[in-house]
Design a protein around this ligand. Structure first.
Ligand SMILES: C[S@@+](CC[C@H](N)C(=O)[O-])C[C@H]1O[C@@H](n2cnc3c(N)ncnc32)[C@H](O)[C@@H]1O
Length: 243
């Protein structure tokens, strides 16, 4: 897997709390806690995690999702191309059934994982060749019948990101076709959070960003799941590797 430029991630890895992976502020924000609540609610609701499973947390960052996965499965491997992120993940998540590795491709065997999570990772893989290489890697290392859970912000139409050095939103079709071409079937797909363009109530979004709020998170997820094709949304997928 092409390693790409890791300087953005190397630079934020030492920030406190959830800041290395959400919002990138000097202090953890209510928004970071809010969006984390939505991500974990989504995985808990829609994901299948069995006690004997071996999971890959691809693009694990500081281990936000790895830590949540660890008590639910037998073993988790966290991979990330940023060495400072991995150093921080090792410091934060010291568990017997978790191993962290630097690099995008360190599983020599085929079909070794029952499942993989990629939470806010593919949206940060800017060039199409590298995006394809990550999916090729998943197709090799996930067992037939295994699942890939993805959460990324999506857009309805291609967006011009100018010269952003860390984010590129793709469309639903781009994701689903790329996974299908590598032998994955889409089992589920829905938004987890609709952002201000869709709500049309920037005031509400600002309030949430300041205060968080677990009740609102539950409502947001329940409502977002019913929206088929919002303009921009944080969205969840379950892909299954064909047998
Ligand atoms: C927004 S953070 C999300 C981290 C974690 N998945 C989470 O949800 O907390 C994105 C992470 O993806 C990693 N990343 C970006 N491109 C990658 C690639 N091609 N292979 C592996 N990791 C990558 C970055 O280093 C960064 O740690």
């Amino acid at each position: 897997v092409k390693q790409g430029d890791t300087s953005f991630w190397d630079g934020v890895a030492g920030l406190p709390g959830l800041s290395p992976v959400i919002d990138y502020q000097r202090e953890e924000t209510p928004w970071a806690r809010y969006i984390t609540r939505l991500h974990l609610q989504t995985l808990a609701r829609a994901g299948r995690f069995r006690a004997a499973d071996r999971f890959l947390d691809y693009g694990c960052g500081v281990g936000r999702i790895t830590e949540w996965l660890a008590p639910r499965v037998a073993e988790v491997v966290g991979l990330d191309t940023s060495a400072p992120m991995i150093a921080e993940a090792r410091r934060r998540c010291d568990r017997e059934n978790v191993r962290f590795e630097v690099g995008g491709d360190v599983a020599p065997e085929h079909g070794v994982y029952d499942g993989a999570t990629l939470i806010w990772v593919l949206q940060h893989v800017l060039d199409d060749e590298a995006f394809g290489a990550v999916l090729d890697f998943l197709a090799r290392v996930v067992k037939p019948g295994g699942r890939v859970y993805c959460i990324d912000r999506l857009c309805r139409e291609p967006v011009d990101h100018g010269d952003s050095d860390y984010i590129r939103l793709r469309t639903r079709t781009e994701y689903e076709e790329a996974f299908r071409a590598r032998g994955f079937t889409t089992r589920a797909s829905h938004p987890v959070c609709i952002n201000e363009q869709v709500l049309g109530r920037p005031g509400l979004t600002r309030w949430v960003k300041r205060r968080g709020g677990s009740l609102l998170a539950r409502f947001d997820l329940a409502w977002a799941r019913r929206q088929r094709d919002p303009f921009v949304a944080d969205s969840f997928w379950e892909f299954e590797r064909r047998r």
